[in-house]
Design a protein around this ligand. Sequence first.
Ligand code: FAD
Length: 320
Amino acid sequence: MAVETTWVFVEEQDGKPAAISLELLTKARTFGGDLAAVLLGAGNEDLLAQLGRYGAKKVFHLVTDDRLPAAAATAAIADLVGTHQPDLLLFGLTSTDRDVAGRLSARLGKPVISNAVDVTVEGDDIVVTNEIFGGTRLVDTVFRAGAPHLVIARPKSFAAEPDEGVAPELVTVALPDVGQAGSAVVTGRHVEQREGPQLEDAAIVVSAGRGLGSAEKLTILDELAGLLGAAVGATRAVVDADWLPYSRQVGQTGKTVKPDVYIACGLSGAMQHLVGMKDSKVIIAINKDEEAPIFGVSDLGVVGDVHQVLPKLVEALRSR
Ligand SMILES: Cc1cc2nc3c(=O)[nH]c(=O)nc-3n(C[C@H](O)[C@H](O)[C@H](O)COP(=O)(O)OP(=O)(O)OC[C@H]3O[C@@H](n4cnc5c(N)ncnc54)[C@H](O)[C@@H]3O)c2cc1C
């Protein structure tokens, strides 16, 4: 068997496991064999129980303080890898995960494959799938360097589903002193003010493109989102123009979303945008250009001016 032991890196965020780590644990369960989580954070009972429900039989808990953790976490994980010899380590496409995976790759002298949308075990091979050309082509890569194999996966590549699970065995690991490399300290945290559902979790997303025309014209989108209980997303063009903050950007250099319904308003459907939303269940596009690429991935297309279509949509929803 190619994978006898899989470890999933779990960063604690606001007292909970990062959403991507639950997606990765769910996927890792399908490989069989031993499954452990490498938890980075303060830790708490609920969180540990949750990791157990998602399949972690063991949790290596790297206890953090106010230092930036990646350098020390890498040193600790490298030691654990030496002792326990896992076959596969899964990370999410987040800042800390990438930081640790990259450092670990250098430290262990093993390749890391990033941006994965799937990981499968085929006989003795671990096959990592990546999307290229805006998701129009898939590339499969097989590790040849010998274990441990390091993979960084894109968010929403796998659905997070709990299992019956058991309380995991807890192994507490103190972060080592790595001198200057680990001396940077977190001096403050900024929590973004948000109303309504979060973009990554919303069942409905309404997204703004440059075709909206100006920041002021986005109020109609907020109205629509309010009526639908949706989150507002945006293209990079909208973010670059400062109409909305970067946290709303969907796409290659923004967030990946997979809502039940994605309503694309006045956006062209550039490849870099499509990779962040093309797996939405139903895509509805409103664009005045019937040749716009977004119609190529849409289930329902409205060829029209957003300034006429959106007010009518809002009016129709209000009158229901
Ligand atoms: C390395 C790199 C990374 C990138 N990452 C991202 C990313 O993460 N996310 C992202 O979105 N982009 C990203 N981009 C940018 C991307 O290539 C496009 O430039 C961007 O997505 C275009 O945004 P847009 O669709 O809003 O604007 P445009 O492409 O200008 O499209 C505007 C659309 O609005 C339509 N329109 C105009 N007026 C109206 C109207 N009144 N009613 C209806 N329709 C109207 C037009 O027909 C047009 O189709 C990236 C680019 C690069 C090079």
